[in-house]
Design a protein around this ligand. Structure first.
Ligand SMILES: *Cc1c(COP(=O)(O)O)cnc(C)c1O
Length: 425
């Protein structure tokens, strides 16, 4: 009998992948037009006075974020990457300090630490939630440790209650990289507001977006002030009151009025986007239950998920074909899956060689006599197992996916399951 599998010449479930479509519409276009017509595309001034905190649209977006996420202070910036750098700086972290961070995330979570001269120390993840495993934290705490930077990966909040408890015991700051989990919660508390400071992304791949943008949220007024200083060349305004406590170097991490109005409009749409993403995700979770060897998302009790992407754990022993073969077969059926997410950060060359600059200089690693951690294979076994063997990342909860597309996705899995014998021959 001829195979049905598209990879072997059969007809695919979907001829073409579901296209990417913008989440912006007439509301964003009108908002941008208003800014264009009044001509103040940015209203920041790096001087003491009103303009230091940005123009009316930036402040409007900050107020909207405070309201939506029940936070006291919002600081809007030009990306989540710079927001993370600002967060680390605002916590008073500098050269030679250590910050605990998840290795399974976008590189920005760790480079924010290095760009402040501090050293990232990688804490392995939990094998069900993929977020930092609280049980692995304490063994990496040294006198140099200043903070824990935890990442709410794929849309699920980290175990923040536990992480905060450990941080309190050791007098550490907690920073939440919430770029992937806007609107997710733990017992009603908003992800991105549970730690000392939280970071949101508005880059165009994220759940809501304004092209490029980021927001910091904090309930700590002193941290908020320091974030505002770092955002806008703060040293300029500190000339007079610049005691040792407030000294801090800034840069230009400002966001334009144009981007801010798009961000404000997108934030209004967040809850509707999340309703749709969660419905699609529920359908995937329910649908995966009928397959052996594919483990869908488990959301811990009291948590909600934003489903930036949908991670699936694959068991090649049950399937009898490799993860790569499975992913190739699914791709041929019209559904591209990521094999793993991003390489564990400590295996990136720059880390392995402890070399940030082209000069032979090994700053900031040379600031400590004995390294707390060796960046090498084996450092975080769960992360490595998930990345190199188990995880498949599905992008099936994004818009414009419809329930019938999830049905097609599940049907494609079934087709591969039934015909997998043909792939082993
Ligand atoms: C996207 C992302 C960032 C960086 O966000 P930008 O706004 O693109 O700078 C940081 N951390 C995580 C976990 C992300 O997914």
């Amino acid at each position: 009998m001829m195979s049905e599998l598209a990879i072997l010449g059969g007809t695919p479930v979907r001829e073409r992948e579901i296209p990417w479509v913008p989440t912006t519409g007439v509301e964003e276009i009108n908002a941008v037009r208003d800014v264009m017509e009044d001509g103040h595309l940015s209203a920041f001034l790096a001087n003491r006075g009103e303009g230091f905190l940005g123009g009316p649209r930036v402040r409007e977006m900050e107020a909207a974020f405070c309201k939506r996420f029940k936070a006291k202070n919002a600081i809007a910036v030009n990306s989540a990457t710079t927001a993370l750098q600002i967060a680390v700086a605002a916590c008073g972290i500098g050269p030679g300090d250590e910050v605990l961070v998840s290795p399974y995330t976008m590189v920005a979570s760790a480079s924010a630490i290095l760009l402040n001269g501090a050293i990232p120390i990688f804490v392995d993840i939990d094998e069900y939630t993929y977020t930092m495993d609280p049980k692995q934290i304490e063994k990496w705490i040294t006198p140099r440790t200043k903070a824990i930077l935890t990442v709410n990966i794929f849309g699920l909040p980290s175990n923040l209650p536990k992480i905060k408890e450990i941080a309190k015991k050791h007098n550490l700051y907690v920073i939440e990289d919430n770029a992937q989990a806007p609107g997710a919660t733990i017992d009603g508390m908003e992800a991105g507001t549970i730690a000392d400071v939280g970071v949101f992304s508005l880059n165009y791949h994220k759940v809501i977006q304004c092209g490029e943008g980021g927001v910091l949220l904090t309930n700590d007024d002193k941290l908020a002030y320091r974030c505002q200083l770092v955002r806008n060349h703060g040293e300029i305004i500190l000339d007079e009151e610049g005691d040792k406590e407030t000294c801090i170097i800034g840069s230009n991490y400002r966001i334009s009025e144009l981007h801010a109005v798009i961000g404000t409009e997108q934030l209004k749409k967040l809850d509707n986007f999340l309703i749709k993403r969660r419905e699609l995700a529920q359908q995937v979770t329910d649908g995966l239950k009928r397959f052996e060897g594919l483990q869908g998302v488990t959301v811990p009790k009291g948590y909600t998920h934003s489903y930036y992407v949908y991670p699936i754990q694959y068991d090649d022993e049950i399937w009898g074909i490799s993860r790569e073969q499975f992913a190739s077969a699914m791709k041929a059926e019209g559904f591209e899956l990521g094999e793993g997410y991003m390489k564990p950060i400590y295996l990136i060359n720059m880390y392995k060689h402890r070399h940030l600059y082209n000069t032979g200089n090994t700053y900031p690693f040379d600031l400590v006599d004995t390294a707390t951690q060796k960046y090498e294979l084996g450092l975080c076994p769960v992360t490595e197992k998930m990345h190199f063997e188990k995880l498949l990342i599905a992008d099936v909860c994004r818009l414009p996916y419809e329930p019938e597309n999830v049905d097609e996705f599940l049907y494609a899995i079934e087709k591969v399951w039934k015909n997998r014998g043909l792939l082993t021959k």
